[in-house]
Structures are given as C-alpha cells and as structure tokens.
Write a new protein. Structure first.
Length: 258
C-alpha cells in the first residue's frame, strides 16, 4: 500500500546495492552481531528505503564527512569512496534525499527518501516511438572502478546512447582499433595504463578519435593532471558529478562534435 514513486529501476537498484556493499564491508571483520536490514515505509513526502546494519557504527568525526565526495575510511582495502557518492547522486537526481544516522558502536542507518510520483498516462504511440527511436550517439566509457563504470554505463544506455565499456587502457585501445565513437569518456587515473597514456597513444594512432576524448577525474588539484588536460585542450568532467550533470555535458559535447 505504499505510494508509487517515479524513477529508473536500474539506477535505484544501484543506489541500494551500494549501501548494501557498504554495510557488508562494515560487518566483515566485526565481532558482534552481524545483521543487515532493508526496510521500506511511507515517508513524509513519498517512500523511505532504510538500509541498516548492526556493525561498529560511524564516529561523529567521520559522520560529518560521510557524504563528502570521495571520502572513505577504508583506503587500506582499496576503496575509493565512490559508493556513497553515486548513491547520493542517484537519489538527488530522483528528487530525493539521503540521510545517515549512526553512533560509534551502535550500527548505522541510511535512509533514502523519495517523493511520491504523479502518474502521467503513456499512449501506445508514445511507447512505440520511444522503442524505435535511434540512439542519440555512441560512447566508449573507459573506467576501471567497477561500481562507477556500471552506474554510468547503465544511466547513459537508459538515456538512449549506445555505450561500450572498457575497464582499462589495453581493452579500450583494442576497441578503438575496430570502432569509432561520438564520445570517449576516459578516466584519467587507472591501474596499469593511465588515461594520459591512452590519450597519447590514441592521438598518434587515430587523431580524429583522440579529439572525441572527455576526461573524468577527481584529481584536478594535481598540477600534473591539470597541466596535461590543458595541453590536450580536451574537456573534463570533475568527479564526483551527478548523473544529471553527466547527461547535460554528454549531450552538449556530442552535439558540438557533429
């Protein structure tokens, strides 16, 4: 009997999954009761989804920063602080909010709040037109962070783009040897071959495709990264970005490239 909400099922699945991964990681080495709950309930304006765990909780110092982009307390495990950033962006793009409640030693509670939807009738003609509408462009996404790669690729496909993905430079260059793309979203900092190396190799092999590169990075504070981006003259998406910002920028750049 909960009210309906309007949203992208894949993105909402991603947001909840990211919170579940965080809860699981909090409990992996926890000696006490290890329990994760997912609860749905009617909220003030629509629907709340709660993800709670019985783990070690979050200190007040970390709680104040928990929703900051790229913030993580688990760098030793190789985490890059993207899970909550993506979940927060997805919820915000759906007109909702993400709240965290926790105390050290008392577990954590993450609440996703979504507004109830106002149903809009869809005619059979609208549905057929949407089904046969051509993709507005082709994109190659090069990103080694699996969570971010999954979220971005799913969102862009749902928006109507034809998207191929590569988890590193070698795979990307192999795809680029066989295909051309309207836009290439390239993570600047990757394990193995870096974004700079991919860009330089592509510029020597296929200058036309190199001119379709858009860098993605959370490292703009680095003098080396900023200098390289300026030298290439290519645009950059500063991480973290919302899915709405991504959609607007991609549409603009593809339009300009045609």
């Amino acid at each position: 009997d909960l009210p309906a909400i309007s949203g992208d099922a894949i993105q909402l699945h991603q947001a909840v999954s990211n919170l579940l991964v965080n809860a699981e990681e909090a409990l992996v080495e926890f000696d006490g009761e290890r329990l994760i709950r997912v609860i749905t309930r009617e909220g003030e304006k629509g629907v709340d989804v709660l993800v709670t765990d019985t783990g070690p909780g979050i200190t007040s110092h970390h709680l104040a920063r928990i929703l900051e982009p790229m913030f993580t307390t688990r760098t030793a495990q190789g985490n890059r602080g993207l899970g909550l950033t993506i979940a927060h962006a997805i919820v915000r793009d759906h007109g909702g909010s993400l709240h965290v409640r926790s105390r050290a030693g008392e577990g954590a509670e993450f609440t996703l709040s979504f507004p109830a939807s106002v149903a809009t009738p869809v005619t059979a003609g609208d549905a057929i037109a949407a089904a046969v509408a051509p993709a507005p462009g082709s994109i190659l996404l090069i990103e080694d962070e699996v969570t971010l790669r999954s979220a971005i690729s799913r969102f862009l496909r749902n928006t109507g783009y034809a998207v191929e993905v590569a988890d590193g430079g070698s795979e990307a260059l192999a795809l680029l040897a066989e295909h051309s793309y309207d836009l290439i979203l390239l993570d600047l900092r990757m394990k193995g071959m870096t974004g700079e190396q991919v860009c330089e190799l592509l510029a020597s092999r296929n200058p036309e495709q190199a001119r379709r590169i858009v860098f993605m990075t959370g490292d703009l504070h680095s003098d080396a990264a900023s200098r390289f981006i300026r030298l290439t003259g290519r645009p950059v998406l500063a991480k973290p970005f919302t899915l709405g910002e991504l959609e607007t920028r991609v549409a603009q750049l593809i339009h300009e490239s045609r």
